[in-house]
Design a protein around this ligand. Structure first.
Ligand code: B1M
Length: 211
C-alpha cells in the first residue's frame, strides 16, 4: 500500500494529473481507505510541493500544475470523502478584496489549503466587506482569508474586519491576510490574526489557527 501512496505523492509533485487520478482509483480498487489516500498520497505530495516552494526550489507554474494534479485526485476521492463524513481540517472562506481582480495567488492559497484537507469556500475576486460578512454568517468557518495585491485595495481588509465587528462575528472567526504588498505590521495594525507571505506559510498558519 505504501508504494501506491508514494507513487501518488510523487506523481502529484510532478504534476501528472491523469496518472494521479488513475492511481487514486487503483488504490481504491485495492481497498485502500479514501482517508489514507488523501493523507498519505495527495496531502503528502502537496506538503512536499509546499516545502520546496517555500525553499525557492519550485516556482508558481510548477505549484499550479501540482495543484491541478491534486484536483484530479480529489475529483475521484471527493464524493467518497463526503459520503464517509470524514472531518475536514477546518472550513476556510477566502476571497480577493473589493476593487482587486488579482486571483492567481489567492487561487494558489486555496488549492494548497484544499491539499491540506481544508474545506474552502472561494468567494472569488472584488469581494465587498458585506459579502465576506454574509459568507461568515452562512458558512460559519474557522478561518477567513483575504488577499490583496494593490496598495489601493488593502484598506478593504480593514473595512472587512470592521464589518465583522459590527455584525458581532469577529470573535467567531480567525482572519488571515496575504498578498504581495502586505506586511506583518500591516496585518497587526488592522487587527488580523495572521499574515502569510506565501501559500505554504498560509497552510501552516491555517493549521495552527484552526487548532
Ligand atoms: Co497587476 N499589479 N494590476 N495584474 N499584477 C501588480 C500587483 C503590480 C505590483 C505590478 C507593478 O506595477 N509592478 C501592481 C500593483 C502596485 C501596487 O499597488 N503596489 C499592479 C497593478 C498596478 C495593476 C493594475 C492597476 C494595472 C492597470 O490596469 N493599470 C490592474 C488592477 C486591476 C484590479 O485588480 N482592479 C492590474 C491588473 C492585472 C492583471 C489583470 C493583468 C493580472 C492579474 C491576473 C489575475 O490575477 N487573474 C495582473 C498581474 C498578473 C500582476 C503581477 C504581474 C503578478 C501578480 C501575481 O499573480 N503573482 C503583479 C506584479 C508582481 O507581483 N510581480 C501585479 C503571482 C502570485 C502567485 O503571487 O499574488 O503575490 P501573489 O500571491 C502570493 C503571495 O502574495 C501570497 O501567496 C501567494 C503564493 O505564494 N498570498 C497570500 C496571496 N494572497 C494571499 C492570501 C493569504 C495568504 C497568502 O491568506 C488569505
Amino acid at each position: 500500500m505504501a508504494n501506491i501512496l508514494q507513487k501518488i505523492a510523487s506523481d502529484l509533485y510532478n504534476g501528472e494529473d491523469n496518472e494521479v487520478a488513475r492511481l487514486v482509483q487503483e488504490a481504491l480498487d485495492q481497498g485502500v481507505e479514501p482517508q489514507e489516500i488523501l493523507q498519505g498520497g495527495l496531502i503528502a505530495g502537496m506538503d512536499e510541493v509546499g516545502k520546496d516552494f517555500k525553499a525557492g526550489e519550485l516556482f508558481v507554474p510548477e505549484v499550479l500544475i501540482a495543484a491541478r494534479a491534486m484536483q484530479a485526485g480529489m475529483g475521484v476521492l471527493r464524493p467518497l470523502l463526503v459520503e464517509g463524513d470524514i472531518p475536514s481540517a477546518g472550513k476556510y472562506v477566502i476571497g480577493t478584496v473589493q476593487g482587486d481582480l488579482h486571483d492567481i495567488g489567492k487561487n494558489l492559497v486555496r488549492m494548497m489549503l484544499e491539499g491540506a484537507g481544508f474545506e474552502t469556500i472561494d468567494l472569488g475576486t472584488d469581494v465587498k466587506p458585506d459579502d465576506f460578512v454574509a459568507a461568515v454568517r452562512e458558512h460559519q468557518p474557522q478561518l477567513l482569508g483575504m488577499s490583496a495585491l494593490l496598495t489601493t485595495t488593502m484598506p478593504g481588509m480593514k473595512a472587512t474586519i470592521e464589518a465583522l465587528e459590527e455584525a458581532g462575528l469577529r470573535d467567531t472567526v480567525k482572519v488571515m491576510v496575504g498578498g504581495a504588498s502586505l506586511t506583518t505590521a500591516f496585518a497587526e495594525e488592522i487587527g488580523a490574526d495572521a499574515y502569510a507571505p506565501d501559500a505554504a506559510t498560509a497552510v501552516d498558519m491555517a493549521r495552527s489557527l484552526a487548532g
